[in-house]
Design a protein around this ligand. Structure first.
Ligand code: HEM
Length: 409
């Protein structure tokens, strides 16, 4: 598996906006902003501080998966309330129009609450997926359920909330918390009468470090090093459902595997650095494997220390997750940290990871690894899984089409 730094976000420099960004900004004008047309408008759009970066919505894949990881996430699940599949199809069509508008920096509709006016699109992406329970509704969609779409198992030590799963998942990511939250608010409004929020979470990723590379997670460790590099052959085969795979409506789509994982930061912070490194199997500062080398050196799973012990401990997180010891299983992790106030029961801050992995085949690439980690990982002493979900994520719609359209064809 090629190892490469995570994407380094490059803000669009003032005065060098893409055509799409310019269109988006002039669309903001059309939506009621005081942006005039002509050269003056361009000057206004390109002024320093203007955040007009646009992540393309057009396919073949939905945005928000291979897109650079932005600073903010709002993740929510919806349950469908209406009786017929036509209501669901209309909702998905309405959502697609709104997502196209929002991602381009336009308001979602005249009824848009508008609290983001002036912020620009901020690299907004909105990604939609369908959970196992959606196919249990009496819509006639049961026969279209992907075989691999199953709720993830519960393991000893999990404390899974009923606020898990959900018929539809929506992941809104942006470089502005408000822009991501606003997108979710608009989709929630448009769903009124058809689907209702089941749960909602928000998360954050640290800003891209000065040197390109993956960011650190709440443990303080660099996270994402073992991911296949975006755009590589390994990435494509890990993430995208291939042509010829089943069901046809999911080709160029993927699966989102989700765990909300609380970290006992009090216990973690009581551990010295050597102890923490033994849990993960990598060095904290450099991110290098404990078998030696640098951040992007491969794990040497056979390496031993002078005392004969394995350099990457037998129950360390990276050894247990390593593709070489999991029949080659790879996943693409794009997680966000969360902070949720105080856990009154323990007096410890409710902090952790909104763990998100994208895989083309969860039964081969995700669930077996999760199962192994659940039983053996030394990291479990510090973590509790509190929510879970799996959704099938359709491809991006073609021009004029809508998300999930193939499901109804
Ligand atoms: C709080 C929860 C978790 C934390 C803090 C965490 C942290 C990390 C860190 C620091 C690394 C090493 C750097 C890297 O390759 O990204 C890593 C690697 C990895 N993690 Fe996790 N992880 C968590 C949960 C999970 C879960 C639930 C899974 C899968 C079910 C998972 C799968 C993996 C895999 C496959 C690797 C790469 C192993 C390799 O090939 O080197 N992690 N994780």
């Amino acid at each position: 598996v090629p190892r490469k730094p995570d994407h380094a976000r490059k803000p669009t420099p003032a005065g060098r906006l893409s055509r799409r960004a310019l269109l988006a900004s002039s669309a903001l004008g059309a939506a009621g902003l005081a942006v005039s047309s002509g050269p003056q408008a361009r000057a206004a759009v390109a002024s320093p501080g203007e955040r007009a970066s646009v992540e393309p919505f057009a396919g073949p894949h939905q945005a928000g998966i291979a897109s650079p990881r932005p600073s903010s996430l709002v993740l929510a699940a919806f349950d469908v309330r209406s009786a017929g599949s036509s209501g669901l199809a209309t909702l998905l069509e309405d959502w697609t129009g709104a997502i196209r508008d929002l991602a381009a920096g336009r308001l979602a509709s005249p009824a848009d609450s508008g609290e983001t006016i002036g912020l620009g699109p901020a690299n907004l992406t909105v990604t939609v997926g369908f959970g196992p329970s959606l196919f249990d509704h009496p819509f006639g969609l049961g026969g279209r359920r992907p075989a691999a779409l199953e709720p993830l198992p519960t393991f000893p030590g999990n404390d899974l909330s009923p606020l898990s799963g959900g018929d539809i998942v929506v992941q809104a990511c942006a470089d502005s918390e408000l822009v991501a939250a606003h997108a979710m608010r608009q989709l929630t409004r448009l769903a009124t009468g058809t689907a209702a929020l089941r749960w909602i979470e928000s998360g954050f990723a640290p800003p891209a470090p000065p040197a390109p590379g993956p960011p650190r997670n709440p443990l303080g460790f660099i996270d994402g090093t073992g991911n296949p590099a975006v755009g590589s052959r390994a990435f494509r085969s890990t993430v995208w459902v291939a042509h010829g795979d089943s069901p046809p409506w999911l080709v160029d789509g993927t699966f989102l595997c989700y765990r909300r994982i609380r970290i006992d930061v009090r216990a973690w912070d009581a551990l010295d650095r050597a102890g923490q490194q033994a849990v993960i199997g990598r060095a904290k500062l450099s991110g290098a494997p404990l078998s030696g080398g640098g951040l992007h050196s491969p794990l040497n799973l056979a390496a031993r220390r002078a005392n004969g012990h394995l350099a990457i401990p037998v129950d360390s997180h990276v050894r247990l997750g390593a593709p070489d010891l999991n029949d080659g299983a790879t996943m693409f992790r794009r997680s966000f940290a969360y902070e949720n106030g105080l856990d009154a029961a323990t007096g410890v801050a409710d902090t952790g990871l909104l763990f998100i992995a994208w895989v083309a085949d969860p039964t081969a690439h995700f669930t077996p690894v999760l199962t192994k980690l659940a039983h053996l990982d030394r990291l479990n002493r510090f973590t509790t899984h509190t929510s879970s979900g799996m959704w099938a994520v359709p491809p991006a719609p073609g021009a004029g089409g809508w998300l999930g359209q193939g499901l109804f064809g």
